[in-house]
Write a protein that binds this ligand. Structure first.
Ligand SMILES: N[C@@H](CCC(=O)N[C@@H](CS)C(=O)NCC(=O)O)C(=O)O
Length: 203
């Protein structure tokens, strides 16, 4: 399989971490949606990443659908979301928050690319506020272990990806270990695992 997209894309990164944790080998095509547009469109005509090229040559976009297919390929026992009940609900709640933080980070990044005279402080503030509210919700859920039943799940993946995207890239002054000590500790735990450490976005 081929995974198209750079680790700086949180959606690509969560897909790559998932594949690594599931022990699925893949070729990583680290193409940047903003730079390598034509190349990406060979796989993903809308230019969206991640795109997953299956061994059959079929292509899937959107991390939710991709990860669904990966769980099916790996077998239900290996899925990184609890199968049912309160644990599944909790995992889906937290994943939903993370999935909605990341587009705010992407929008902040895109805003920062505008010439300064076209940037609106009010837009920056609104996006940052939304992302920070989401991160505070995740911080409140974090404890000493993994987020759901102390078992590593997709909720931890999306939380760590969101925290690192904010703290390393677009909200470095606000999203710090001092302000988010539990998310920082969760991230430190995750970074001991190769799947996380080998996919850190490098600018
Ligand atoms: N819902 C999608 C979101 C993917 C997404 O927005 N990817 C961004 C990079 S983080 C992208 O492709 N940006 C380029 C564009 O939208 O033109 C998913 O989960 O895969």
């Amino acid at each position: 399989m081929k995974l198209v997209g750079p680790w700086i894309s949180g959606f690509t990164r969560r897909t790559g971490i998932t594949m690594k944790l599931l022990g699925m080998p893949f070729e990583h095509l680290s193409l940047d949606a903003y730079v390598d547009r034509e190349e990406i469109r060979r796989y993903s005509p809308m230019g969206k990443v991640p795109a997953l090229v299956l061994d059959t040559g079929e292509v899937l976009i959107d991390s939710a659908g991709i990860i669904d297919v990966l769980y099916e390929l790996a077998g239900p026992d290996k899925a990184l979301v609890p199968p049912s009940g309160a644990a599944r609900l909790k995992a889906l709640q937290l994943i939903g928050i993370g999935l909605n933080i990341y587009p705010k980070l992407t929008a902040l990044y895109e805003e920062s690319l505008r010439p300064q005279s076209y940037q609106l402080q009010s837009v920056f503030e609104r996006l940052a506020e939304q992302a920070i509210i989401g991160l505070k919700q995740l911080e409140a859920e974090a404890g000493d272990g993994w987020l759901v039943n102390d078992t590593l799940s997709q909720a931890d993946i999306m939380t760590v990806v969101s925290y690192q995207g904010a703290s390393m890239i677009v909200l470095r002054d606000h999203v710090t270990a001092k302000n988010f000590p539990r998310l920082a500790a969760l991230t430190e735990r995750a970074m001991k695992i190769e799947a996380f450490a080998s996919t850190v976005p490098l600018l």
